[in-house]
Design a protein around this ligand. Structure first.
Ligand code: NOJ
Length: 597
């Protein structure tokens, strides 16, 4: 048993300015993956009416906003991140009227709505790309994308050596496309850049026409009442001058690079990520959002290292938030977590931006499974897990996921929940190859298992067909057979359930104003191994301090003197009642919230 001792100086991690109260500075935002949230018409694919019908679940949970992954018209080669028409809804998901109804219903429940914007690339079925293929080399239509002549004597080599983040080359030769035979581009020797799938051509953000088009798309959705945009690949739109070769290794999706000498503006990132030119785009977008009433916001999906570079995206005249993937990629280990939390506040506070927190999304292995390995490693969170891989320990993952989520929800700033996090839903780790749909699986010949395991439709009703996801029992990805206990119906009203833990956490977070608090180490535990103990205090001094204490070690740790537990992630340790010989203990892999007294 570790006892409270003062082993190193306690520090202040974050000082909250009492004036900064805009909703996006402290909101809990729930990510809905439309394909997998709720299916209104029984075809096995989630849709907008399905989402609207289930919004009461989110109102009861107590979230401030939802973020919807793409619902736009799309051939769905990358689950909707390949957009063919940014101003229309894919028939799979419904209609524009359904979107209006969803937005209105959410607003009537006090829930804001953030939509996904995919500006780095379009689908190859987008009218612009079809026109670019048809118009041929040298045309203004081709100038909207990244077309280049090939290298080598006959241009048969790609223009540079970049690799797609989904595996394989990042360039496609026009004449080698499947639709080339018999077309006007059958002999066309040009290549186009696709950082992701071949069907996702990168746009040319050096072209003012592209800027104008996206200004208009922003306005289209702002006029429909959305409260903000999650900006996909926000670090990718500008590429380093001259598209220089780069041979470093890139992590799938994230772009986390191994080399530290890349050409371009950030030597630690590939030359197609985090180039300084992207910031002009966001400065301009900010002026558009500022024309609208109601605190509209932009959140950057930017896998950018180091955190100082990421903080540049949230300078006062740019975006409002950026996802903190540094937190997501930490192992469940107190000193690593504390270091990332401290650094995150340091860089974001320096630009007066909120820090965000996220543990799972549709691109990474769910944290209830990531954390279910005894080794406290969290590397490669987006490679996926298949039936032949080592399988996570569910009980361990569940325990740590609850603890990690409770820690996250106590921190000042804005927290993201991915649908199913509130159920501690694990990854589907035994999906058969024939069910997989993620292009990363195919483009790497299965070496990367891909992201399907975190995208499986969520369980609503135990015992019902498709666990109540659809009325017919259809589900676009198969659900595991043993998800009854995770279903909303199984957890609702059960005081020890993860769903009720989240509801309580969100209620107390609001009551104590944890999202807009200042944060410092608890001096009695500063430096103690395996323990993270942070004191959340009200900048206005009007409410009692709250201790956030996470025990990531394998032994119980005594709660420091002067605190009373109000919420615990350990289902077997009800608030305040877990006493050891020396006082209240916090069990291994547990987070508690406690108040003074
Ligand atoms: C990031 C998205 O989250 C991911 O799902 C998608 O595949 C890539 N960007 C490409 O749009």
């Amino acid at each position: 048993m570790t006892s409270p001792t003062s082993q190193s100086a306690a520090a202040t991690l974050h000082v909250q300015s009492p004036e900064q109260t805009e909703w996006w500075r402290h909101a809990v935002i729930y990510q809905i993956y439309p394909r997998s949230f709720a299916d209104g018409d029984g075809d096995g694919m989630g849709d907008l009416p399905g989402i609207t019908s289930r919004l009461d679940h989110l109102a009861q949970l107590g979230v401030d906003a939802i973020w919807l992954s793409p619902f736009y018209r799309s051939p769905q080669n990358d689950a909707g991140y390949d957009v063919a028409d940014y101003r229309d809804i894919d028939p799979l998901f419904g209609t524009l009227e359904d979107a209006d109804e969803l937005i209105d219903t959410a607003h009537s429940l006090g829930i804001r709505v953030v939509v996904d914007l995919v500006p780095n690339h379009t689908s190859d079925q987008h009218a612009w790309f079809r026109a670019a293929l048809a118009a041929g080399p040298g045309s203004p239509e081709r100038e909207r994308y990244m077309f280049r002549e090939g290298a080598g004597p006959d241009g048969a080599q790609p223009p540079n050596n970049w690799e797609s983040l989904f595996g394989g080359p990042a360039w496609t030769r026009v004449r080698e496309r499947e639709d080339a035979p018999g077309s006007s581009w059958a002999e066309d020797g040009q290549w186009y850049l696709n950082l992701f799938d071949t069907s996702q051509p990168d746009l040319n953000w050096e072209n003012p026409e592209v800027h104008r088009e996206f200004d208009d798309i922003l306005r289209f959705w702002l006029d429909r009442g959305v409260d903000g945009f999650r900006v996909d690949v926000a670090h990718g739109m500008i590429k380093a001058e001259g598209l220089p070769d780069w041979s470093g290794h890139v992590e799938m999706v994230s772009g986390a690079a191994e080399a530290a000498d890349a050409p371009g503006d950030n030597p630690g990132m590939p030359p197609y990520f985090d180039q300084d030119g992207v910031h002009e785009i966001y400065r301009h977008w900010r002026t558009i959002l500022d024309e609208y009433s109601g605190d509209r916001m932009l959140v950057a999906e930017a896998w950018v290292d180091p955190l100082e570079r990421l903080a540049r995206y949230v300078r006062a005249d740019e975006m409002h938030q950026a996802f903190n993937f540094a937190f997501l990629t930490q192992p469940w280990e107190a000193s690593a977590l504390r270091a990332t939390i401290a650094e995150s506040y340091a860089v974001n506070d320096s630009v007066s931006a909120p820090t965000t927190w996220v543990l799972s999304n549709h691109d990474v292995v769910r944290h209830a499974s990531r954390m279910g390995f005894a080794e406290a490693t969290n590397s490669g969170p987006n490679k996926g897990i298949g039936p032949q891989d080592p399988q996570p320990d569910r009980a361990l993952g569940l325990r740590r996921a609850r603890a990690a989520s409770l820690l996250m929800l106590g921190l000042p700033g804005s927290a993201y929940l991915y649908q199913g996090d509130e159920l501690a839903l694990p990854e589907h780790t035994t999906l058969p190859a024939e069910s997989r749909q993620d292009p990363t699986f195919f483009r790497t010949d299965g070496e990367e298992r891909g992201r399907d395991g975190c995208r499986v439709p969520i369980p609503w009703e135990a015992g019902a067909p498709a666990y109540g996801f659809s009325s017919t029992g259809k589900s676009w990805l198969p659900q595991p057979d043993d998800w009854d206990d995770y279903a909303v119906s199984s957890q609702r009203g059960d005081a020890g359930s993860t769903l009720e833990l989240h509801r309580q956490a969100l209620r107390l977070r609001r009551e104590y104003g944890l999202g807009t608090a200042s944060l410092a180490d608890e001096p009695q535990l500063a430096g103690a191994g395996g323990v993270l103990a942070l004191v959340s205090s009200d900048p206005a001094g009007e409410r009692a301090d709250v201790l956030l204490m996470a025990n990531t070690g394998s032994e119980p740790v005594e709660l420091p003197a002067g605190w009373t537990v109000v919420l615990s992630s350990a289902a077997d340790a009800a608030a305040g009642s877990s006493s050891g010989a020396d006082g209240v203990v916090v069990p291994a892999d547990t987070t508690v919230w406690a108040v003074r007294g």
